[in-house]
Design a protein around this ligand. Sequence first.
Ligand SMILES: [Zn+2]
Length: 459
Amino acid sequence: MTAVLVKGGTVVTSTETLKADVRVENGRIAGVGADLSSHEAHIIDATGKLVLPGGVDVHTHFNLEVGGLKVADGFHEGTRSAACGGTTTIVEHPGFTEDGSITAPIANYRKQAQNNCVTDYALHGVVAKVGENTKDDLAALVREGIPSVKVYMTYAGRLNDEEMIRVLEIMKAEHGLVTVHAENHEVIAELTRRLKDEGRLAPTSHPLSRPGYCEAEAVERMIALSRAAGNAPLYIVHLSTGAGLEAIRRAKAEGLPVYAETCPQYLLLTDDEYAREGDDALKYVLSPPLRKREDCEALWQGLADGSIDTVATDHCSFNLSQKTARGRDNIFACPGGIPGAETRLPLLYSEGVAKGRITLNRFVELVSTAPARIMGLAPAKGDIAPGADADIVILDPERKVTISPETLCHNADYNPYEGFVATGWPETVLLRGEAIIENNEFREREALGRFIERSRFTE
Ligand SMILES: [Zn+2]
């Protein structure tokens, strides 16, 4: 494996910004410093560019199949798309199966991901049923390098409060982390029933059926359940509301082990999108739904002040053609989800750093360092430091890209950020020292991504 020397760039980590070269040997970072040299190294000129640790997206659904519909990407196209946007490690959330098996989706996903991922990859577990085997199955999962599970408070695979406490207790004992989709199921069911009864099946009914208070109540309740489980660590996925954020702030102020993730869609898009004409509004059907401008602003504040820990994507790329086929006449039958892995770093850089909402170091922390640390991928991932994997993004802060399905390499037939102009884009991306993107070109070859066994939760 050839050595690589990234010369002349500005290295940015979650804590430092410095002019430095980065030397890579055997897929790892061997040195960071001024005027490094390396015998027979492949030189990458990073003059005028930012040199960042590779992005870590801890919430993807690249391989999801639900209700007989499969998302457009799959592991290969999904991770290719992530790589094109500067992400080098993903943690995939498998969908739950009807029988609620903990082990079967993992075996199935590991098989499908193997030799098929462009980036490194890891998996979360999912718990859709609690029974006699749950404790042993979760212990085995953690031993397999999967120290986190997702639980749902809504959908068919939801758990009740008692089952939640049980899962929280087990995962705490195993030094694992419970991640949760927090929305109040009963309220959503009742509001949906009323809207259906009134024949209100247009896209504008989607946000009305799952209002922000459903999330805020569920976040608050989940924190109570974590207390009941002896302050078990808790990670709220895709936080979308200012009210939910307030509950998280209160928990953090008490010192409770509560973590929050948000996604670019909740920072940049609002429920105005549901009033679009024709099928366009269906592009924005996802759950939780898009919220109000005030929620976006509250979440930006949460990113800046540290109350939100990570930015992931919940990438779930149903095609518009799939959404219209099921949802044109009935929004409640529309498959939910949007593509987002490829635009996560560029949009957060452009809308966050370039517009002065967050600092450059905070940006790196949110998209790479903190998700790697919380999800047990550190110290190999999430930092530019000697010994870490040489997952490196060289970002051109001047490059402007107008976002559209044509300028991106994801498989979905639309993009929810169409028309956004991102200032700053990853130009070259290294995975363990190998260029997977070079000068804005994807290097087509065998998939280099490896399954990463994650460490237990230690915070
Ligand atoms: Zn999700």
